[in-house]
Write a new protein. Sequence first.
Length: 241
Amino acid sequence: MALLELKNLTKSFGGLRAVDDVSLSVEKGEIFGLIGPNGSGKTTIFNCISSFYPITSGDVVFNGSSIKGLKTHKICKLGVGRTFQVVKPLSRMTVLENITAAAFSRVNTINDAKDAALQILEFTHLVDHKDKLARSLPIGGRKRLEIARALATRPQLLLLDETAAGLTPSELDEAILLINKIRESGITILIVEHIMKVIMTISDRIHAINFGRSIAEGTPREVANNPEVIKAYLGDSYAQG
């Protein structure tokens, strides 16, 4: 049974159909990539899964049950964690305090939350920065903190939204190692990413969309060679050549 299923998912904003009849399934334990040009609807799909946006039609099924219409915090409690494309840590709090705050979604005492946060700091290699203010971290550190905060909610499924954007080449390599490490810990990953080095290296399968509609799905090699994907990214002349 798939861990996550999108069934004919559609999201409209007035007359604009941002997501148009998208269906896909993510199997437990895999890294599933979601790609498409800017404005193709990828983050909107994440927002529909986590109920930041109400779904116009279709369904989102997690662990065999529909989560359509549930409150965002209840979806998080069920085991769906996520990061955001624009990272916004609690800037006046330390790195440790940021992760501790997120851990309260699962525990009830400050000691338990802090213990969980310390474990995640070790896991994400942020322990040396635990007493720094979140706002003092460079972009790479803030991206890693965003992942750490999501991990503190103890997800079964982690939605990663462009966590590699703005990273240096060495930080990209570290991000790939961390994402694989997260999967090895038993967490399933659905990732949106524009940097092809990342998405093609880590994904088991990839689903491509354009203008809100599905255009291809398969292994990284299959999707990279798909004429519709090439056309969406590079134009007709490249797809025909």
